[in-house]
Design a protein around this ligand. Structure first.
Ligand code: SF4
Length: 66
């Protein structure tokens, strides 16, 4: 699974990091980017799916399902 955070949409709520700490990085202002070039390892998939569903800004997109 690969994801992307749309920087223009992210509102720095930080929920994504709570659900999947290994899959996201926050900058000094709390804005998220996808860690590891967006590649999500199997153990992080459930947390990332939760982050996608719950991101208040709908800023996280799945860009492939592998
Ligand atoms: S939950 Fe969404 S809005 Fe909040 S930091 Fe993560 S990507 Fe940005």
């Amino acid at each position: 699974m690969r994801i992307q955070v749309e920087g223009a949409r992210c509102q720095a709520y930080g929920l994504c990091v709570e659900h999947a700490p290994a899959a996201f990085q926050l900058d000094d202002w709390g804005y998220a980017t996808a860690a590891d070039d967006g590649l999500v390892t199997a153990p992080d998939v459930p947390g990332v799916e939760k982050a996608i569903a719950e991101c208040p800004a709908q800023a996280i997109r799945r860009i492939d399902s592998d």
